[in-house]
Design a protein around this ligand. Sequence first.
Ligand code: GDP
Ligand code: GDP
Length: 435
Amino acid sequence: MSNIVAIVGRPNVGKSTLFNRLLERREAIVDSTAGVTRDRHYGKSDWNGVEFTVIDTGGYEVNTEDVFQEEISKQVQLAIDEATSIIFMLNVEEGLTDTDYEIYEKLRRSNKPVYITVNKVDSAKEELAATEFYQLGIEEYFTLSSATGSGTGELLDKIVKDFPTTDYKDPFEGLPKITIAGRPNVGKSTLTNALLDVERNIVTDVAGTTRDSIQTLYNKFGHEFVLVDTAGMRRKSKVNEDLEFYSVMRSIRSIEYSDVVIIMVDATLGWESQDMNIFGLAQKNRKGIVILVNKWDLVEKETNTTRDFEAAIRHKIGQFSDIPILFVSALTKQRILKAVEMAMQVYEDRKKKIKTSKLNEVMRPVFEATPPPAIKGKYIKIKYCVQLPTPSPQFVFFCNLPQYVKEPYKRFTENQLRKHFGFTGVPIEVYFRQK
Ligand code: GDP
Ligand code: GDP
């Protein structure tokens, strides 16, 4: 599970500017996942090869004065609950304010590493002005210009160096990890309980420094798997349960820790933007995905109801639509065993490794029949391919002119892999490299 760096601070200090800067670096290098709208508040970054997650807690700021204080204190609480490291951002242009003191006071008591960062230090003049922030009673601060990026290196060096070295031993090493994600009230707890009813379970409260989660081992239905639930623990926190933002944030850690994400949707409400966010999270983290349309018992059915509902979801999730969609009722337990079986199938597919000989045997005729279109009279010849030994399927295709292989052909290749090898519910990466 990756470390989480949260950025907190008053509005306008430059949180999202830094957030975007951290993400862009990486997206330019790795994340080419087309078609996925980027989450504005959550993403992956890395520094010197160390990967981490970034949260911009300022996502849903409210402008009116009295809600404002409350919002900020929620943000801070969220960072304290979720993050490994907290960047507390201050603005040298505005200097210290009462709110800054309040935020700092909360953070100081949290026992989380806090990196006090003075932003908008674009020149030596501001560098001098930043000394004002010693008034917080701190030993050290970082100065930054999020706009130009200067100072980010020093800050990230320190943050990454301080990441806890993990001596955490997974008690369920090697078992499938599944999380049930979804908006509040879609029926996640009902499903969990329905599974519990037919199950004897052992609840293990794994207490790590920042990574407590409740994991329940299931060992029936002919399957053994672990249900990961960090939301259970989070109920204790003061963070407002109903806010969309927080429920997404709560799902993040569970998703990162899981192999398969069951995305639960309320049939009476349909697929909404937050479901898309969760979907994007699962996809970005290359997790297996199963969609459950729950409360199907409440829907009045006509001949094409299921088909239309399914088509609507597939239309919205776009390109990567080879995903199982099941219609269930957690309440009446209709098809919930089917859902478990499907999740296990996706788990197996995700770790499937295709032998190089088999892969080439199947793909060579495909490329011969449908080669990449020639560009400027140059022919692209794909010589051979391998699957990488990664946790989720990634394939490299070696060819003479990889720069000429465009997005549509990559998608074609992915679809051919799916057609011949069946990776239902599993995100696939396809790379073309020089040989
Ligand atoms: P947030 O509300 O904390 O997320 O702040 P934003 O990232 O939206 O930034 C608020 C404003 O400050 C924007 O107009 C940014 O362009 C500007 N800004 C952000 N970082 C810097 C910086 O390092 N130097 C300067 N001069 N302006 C900055
Ligand atoms: P959570 O917030 O996602 O954990 O949702 P809950 O499991 O607490 O369910 C919210 C409400 O929806 C409760 O009143 C449940 O009884 C109800 N509910 C959950 N699943 C179903 C279902 O399949 N059919 C019906 N009719 N109600 C359901």
